[in-house]
Design a protein around this ligand. Sequence first.
Ligand code: DAH
Length: 336
Amino acid sequence: MDISGLREKIENEISSIRNIEDLKRIRVSVLGRKGTFTDYIDKLKTLDKELRREAGKTINEVKSWAEERLGELERRFEEIEKKKREQASLIDITMPGKKPLFGKKHPLTQTLEEIIRIFGSLGFAVAEGPDIEAEYYNFEALNIPSDHPARDMQDTFYIRPGVVLRTHTSPVQIRVMESQLPPVKIIAPGCVYRCDNDISHTPMFHQVEGLMVDKNVRFSDLKGILSIFIHEMFGPDTPLRFRPSYFPFTEPSAEVDIGCVICAGKGCRVCKDTGWLEILGSGMVHPQVFRNVGYDQEEITGFAFGMGVERIAMIRYGIDDIRQFYYNDIRFLSQF
Ligand code: DAH
């Protein structure tokens, strides 16, 4: 057996170590149970006594040297790894920061707040009523007889017989008049529900109701108030017109149109070539409605109006699909 090359062989192996993986691998191949030294020690048995002692001594020397050297390398690699870990956990203050996403008021909220602001400046207080409403308040008290098309099951969500999800904010008129004497000057914003769902209808949407009752309230007051509202909301030069219409709870009734904001009255797809956009319903409170709440219809008069908040917002911002309000897509919402 020749052990003269042993030291050199081990030295070569150790000097080829570049990283912790090399180290682990070479430690096994040199010091492991089936490693180089085991090999040599096994072969010692074939030598006679004198030579065996000499060779054994050399092997032991080289082995402790190798153990020490590998231990030293291991400590060094651990040191390097530790430094790397420390560096990785340091904060790089030169890195650009992450921008926080700021929330914004929903365009419907913005529109509603603007409506409330304008009517507030004209002396209207905000009143509210329940979303789940007695059929009586939603229909009968408003002079909507049971054979009226609006009573059809297709439009109205029934909770149980006699109880509905309100189909409009008009029942708040009744609740307010039942609970106070004239004068009344309120607007009533809130959610309303109809069994309908397409590009211009959602099953839930928002309305604002208006009601003014006092001695000598005239149609010209209605016209004046709504003109101010429209000019504040859509700009002072917005053309508007009152068009005769019918509602069971007002007489006379009128729908109010504004000049189409898209084509400026020339005629387009949005206004269906009429040049006008309908924005609300209104009229003088029907005497039967006053009788239903116990008001003396000889003494007082009043006007009422109702508008859809989504519709106002769509016209104001040029939105062509009502469902956009409810997708909560940040790309849509962040535009307002
Ligand atoms: N309630 C009606 C609707 O939902 C809107 C309306 C029209 C309200 C005329 C009124 C009014 O107060 O006078 O279609």
